[in-house]
Design a protein around this ligand. Structure first.
Ligand SMILES: [Zn+2]
Length: 249
C-alpha cells in the first residue's frame, strides 16, 4: 500500500490506466543500476528518480568538465571538477528524497557486481562497457536498457536474452570484430544536447513499462533508431543469432 506522501508525489502517474497504485508499488521495489552519469545518465537518473524507482545506484569514475555542460543537464558550471556520479546523486536527492540513491566512483568493469539489481541502464559511451554490460546482464538474467547518441542520431534497445532465450543479445546485433570501430563518441564526433535528452527519456519510459505496466508487450528484440535531423524513428526487428557465443550456448 502506498502511504499518503507517495500518493501525493506520484498522483499524476498512479491515475494512468494499467499503471495505477500497483505499478507505483512495483517501481518503488525496483533496484536500478545506471552505468554512466553523462549525457544519457543525467536524464535517465533524473527521470528514474522522479518516477520513484526505489533504489538507484549510479556508476561513473569521471569528473565534470565545462565541455560536458551542453548536454549533461544535471551538472552545473559550479560543479566542474566534481565526480559525475556523486554530483548526479546530489541533484537527484533534491528531486526525490524519499528513495535511496547512491553513487559509485569506480570504473564499471567485468568484476562489478550486478546481482542485486532488477534493471540496468546502459548510459555508457564506449563499446567495451556495452559488451561487458551485455555479458553480465545475460549471465545474471537482468533487463538491460541501452542507449547511445552521437551528433544528431540516437539508438535505443531493450535486451532480455537472459530472461528469455528467444530474445537476441547485444552481441547478436553487434558482433565483436577486429576491424577498427567507427568514431562514435561525443568527444570526437560531437553531439547535439537534446538528442541525449530524448534517448535518455526513452530509456526510462521503457523501464517504467517493463516494470510497472499491466498487459504490456515488451519491445525487447527491436532496435530503435532516432534521427534528430529528419525526425524519423525507425523500429528494426533484430534476429536472434543461435550461434552467438554469448547467448546461445
Ligand atoms: Zn547473442
Amino acid at each position: 500500500m502506498l502511504n499518503d506522501d507517495d500518493l501525493n508525489r506520484y498522483a499524476r502517474q498512479v491515475i494512468i490506466p494499467n499503471f495505477e497504485e500497483e505499478g507505483q508499488e512495483k517501481l518503488l521495489k525496483t533496484k536500478c543500476l545506471i552505468v554512466g552519469a553523462g549525457g544519457l545518465g543525467c536524464p535517465v537518473a533524473l527521470y528514474a528518480t522522479a518516477a520513484g524507482f526505489g533504489y538507484i545506484e549510479i556508476f561513473d569514475d569521471d569528473v565534470i568538465e565545462i565541455s560536458n555542460l551542453n548536454r549533461q543537464v544535471a551538472h552545473k558550471t559550479s560543479h566542474v571538477g566534481i565526480n559525475k556520479a556523486e554530483n548526479l546523486v546530489e541533484e537527484c536527492k533534491k528531486i526525490n528524497p524519499s528513495i535511496s540513491i547512491v553513487s559509485n566512483k569506480e570504473r564499471f568493469d567485468e568484476s562489478s557486481n550486478i546481482t542485486n539489481f532488477d534493471l540496468i541502464f546502459d548510459c555508457s559511451d564506449n563499446p567495451k562497457t556495452k559488451y561487458i554490460l551485455n555479458f553480465l546482464s545475460h549471465k545474471y538474467k537482468k533487463i538491460l536498457i541501452s542507449g547511445s547518441a552521437v551528433q544528431m542520431e540516437g539508438q535505443l534497445a531493450i535486451w532480455k536474452s537472459g530472461v528469455n532465450v528467444d530474445y537476441p543479445c547485444y552481441e547478436c546485433a553487434f558482433p565483436k570484430t577486429n576491424e577498427k570501430a567507427p568514431i562514435t563518441n561525443c568527444r570526437e564526433a560531437g553531439i547535439i544536447g537534446p538528442i541525449t535528452g530524448i534517448i535518455g527519456s526513452m530509456q526510462v519510459n521503457e523501464a517504467i513499462k517493463e516494470i510497472a505496466l499491466k498487459n504490456y508487450r515488451s519491445k525487447a528484440g527491436y532496435l530503435f533508431l532516432y534521427d534528430g535531423l529528419t525526425q524519423n524513428l525507425e523500429k528494426i526487428k533484430l534476429i536472434k543469432n543461435y550461434k552467438c557465443k554469448l547467448c546461445s550456448n
